[in-house]
Write a protein that binds this ligand. Structure first.
Ligand SMILES: Nc1ncnc2c1ncn2[C@@H]1O[C@H](COP(=O)(O)OP(=O)(O)O)[C@@H](O)[C@H]1O
Ligand code: SF4
Ligand SMILES: [Mg+2]
Length: 356
């Protein structure tokens, strides 16, 4: 696909400052990431808790300020938007969170939750609101009669459908699903994933799909970026990543994917250690303390490995590959390349042997 990206993120950096007693604590939640999402595509951002996924989403939606970098949406510089222009833009981009228990007001009916955006953005009035709410509920697999129910009367899957209907009410082009299926059981998860895919295709939505495990993204995303401590460490088409991941962290995450086929007996190595918080405190590869690669050495600790095409692969047409935030020892040209971001890129100084 050669479509111009609808979202282009370059060198995004977000620093949290916590002020309290004593000196302010600074944590680098997102440390120079770059990626593109083409219109109509689903791009997955995956990594353990605390790696910076939600912070990335909040910076894109302008719910928090980025410290540096650019976020371009359909030709607009999102970081520069103010006032009415920002309000108009917010209608184009919506988010669904993990936990509908906290994101849905328990005192409001489903109808008023889903209809609120229609009223706020003056998209419907009077009886038209109820009619549109009924259509939205049916679109997400609920019934129009559910409008009078309260969130506590619904199952987890139904609540998440309400959250999706609420997001769709303002007719957005871009949907962020932040761990939207993580709290659901496996069967419900599959149903909601199928719903997301069919809504995306029917409405030509572009999606940023956030998850902490790789298993859930395989059926829904076309491109995956794996994050570790604020940086993207591997990015590529979902099929390539699942078939031949190159980064030891991605491989460890794939090892954690539950196996349903008893014939799949390859050795599984659970990842030890704590991911820690924030990136950029130490020089070199942040994954070093946990990395199981047999050849990891002082080179890994000398500088942050840049994100580039793996040896023998071309980065032509890839996203700007500066996600590692360091130019040390680059390069294959991935750093300068521009495009839709579906080329395979990896930030690791060692080639990963297939047997690892
Ligand atoms: N408002 C905040 N103030 C200070 N630190 C924060 C804030 N929000 C997130 N963080 C920190 O930023 C890092 C990334 O958090 P987050 O983006 O929520 O990760 P994820 O969504 O991948 O679990 C974590 O270390 C987290 O503790
Ligand atoms: S750069 Fe070195 S420490 Fe980091 S993932 Fe690659 S082999 Fe492991
Ligand atoms: Mg999160």
């Amino acid at each position: 696909m050669t479509a111009r990206p609808i979202l282009a993120v370059r060198n995004l950096r977000v620093v949290h400052r916590s002020v309290g007693f004593g000196p302010a604590r600074v944590s680098v939640a997102v440390n120079g990431i770059s990626f593109d999402i083409a219109r109509g595509d689903t791009f997955a951002l995956v990594g353990e808790s605390g790696c910076g996924k939600t912070t990335t989403a909040r910076a894109i939606l302008r719910l928090i300020d980025a410290s540096s970098g650019t976020i371009e949406y359909d030709g607009l510089d999102l970081r520069a938007l103010r006032g009415e222009a920002l309000r108009r833009q917010r209608k184009r981009m919506q988010i669904v969170f993990q936990d509908p228990f906290t994101s849905l007001n328990p005192r409001h009916t489903v109808g008023s939750i889903v209809g609120e955006g229609l009223i706020v953005h003056d998209l419907a009035r009077g009886a038209e609101v109820a009619a549109k709410v009924a259509r939205l509920l049916e679109e997400v697999g609920l019934s129009a009669a559910d409008a009078v129910r309260y969130p506590a009367e619904l199952s987890g899957g139904q609540r998440q459908r309400v959250a999706i209907a609420r997001a769709l009410a303002v007719d957005p082009e871009f949907l962020i699903l932040d761990e939207a299926v993580s709290a659901l059981d496996v069967t419900t998860q599959a149903q909601v994933l199928a719903l997301i895919a069919s809504l995306r295709d029917a409405r030509v939505l572009t999606c940023l799909f956030i998850a902490h495990n790789l298993a859930v993204v395989q059926s829904v995303a076309s491109t995956v970026a794996v994050m570790y401590q604020g940086r993207i460490v591997e990015q590529g088409p979902v099929t390539a990543l699942f078939a031949a991941s190159k980064h030891p962290y991605t491989r460890a995450m794939l090892d954690a994917v539950p196996v349903t086929d008893p014939r799949d007996r390859h050795a599984r190595t659970p990842l030890a250690g704590d991911p820690g918080a924030g990136g950029g405190a130490e020089p070199g590869c942040a994954f070093y303390p946990r990395c199981p690669h047999p050849s990891k050495d002082a080179v890994c600790r000398a500088a942050v490995p840049p994100l580039r095409a793996p040896a023998g692969e071309s980065a032509a047409g890839s996203a700007a590959g500066s996600a590692a935030g360091s130019a040390a020892g680059s390069s294959s040209g991935a750093e300068e390349a521009q495009g839709h971001g579906s080329a395979h890129l990896v930030a690791c100084t060692k080639a990963v042997p297939p047997s690892l």
